[in-house]
Design a protein around this ligand. Sequence first.
Ligand SMILES: [Zn+2]
Length: 220
Amino acid sequence: MNRLLPKKKTRKNSSPEKINYLERVRRKFAVLKMKHGESWTCPYCNQPTTITEPNLDNQLITTSISKGLIDINSLVGYRGILIACPNEKCKRLTFTVRLSKIYYDQYSRWRELETLHTWQVLPESNAKPQPSFIPKQIVDDYTEACLIKDLSPKASATLARRCLQGMIRDFWSISVKSKKLSDEINAIKNQVSSSDWGAIDAVRSVGNIGAHMSQKRQNC
Ligand SMILES: [Zn+2]
């Protein structure tokens, strides 16, 4: 790995102007980090919160693995971001790993160049917490749809469609002679905004891809 690295620069001969510039860069990144922390919302308890040092561990792990050993810019590293929710009633862990191309910048620091892949390790699903009055079957379908959305988008869309059907039957107590979801959705067309109805019908349409093999699935 050392053969790939430029000679480390020393600050022994740095001018005061250069030191001031480096300090401004350091402060800039510190502020960015703080802003990121302020906007964080816990995926378990859904509480917006400020993440401070004891609850945050954010490290870039550099490696000697090079993608194709083409040049120094193709080295690969990974960043682990571990957050403990500061909410006393929650305190659960969120853990994300990001694999990136990395490079060694002119200030002798490793930087991420391009994200190759991101894994959300914890929580396993992006599902938002739901209030207790939502029927369990609907919450289960929703949680499962979120859990598999990357592994199987079609199966996830099918579950979202089933979730939608459950919501319409539970909330609007819709009763139509036809058992087709499209008829049930049409029955609530005048009870929701046009944008909401469009979103509902889009979920039905996409979910049909996994739910039916028929050529006429668009009207199911
Ligand atoms: Zn939390």
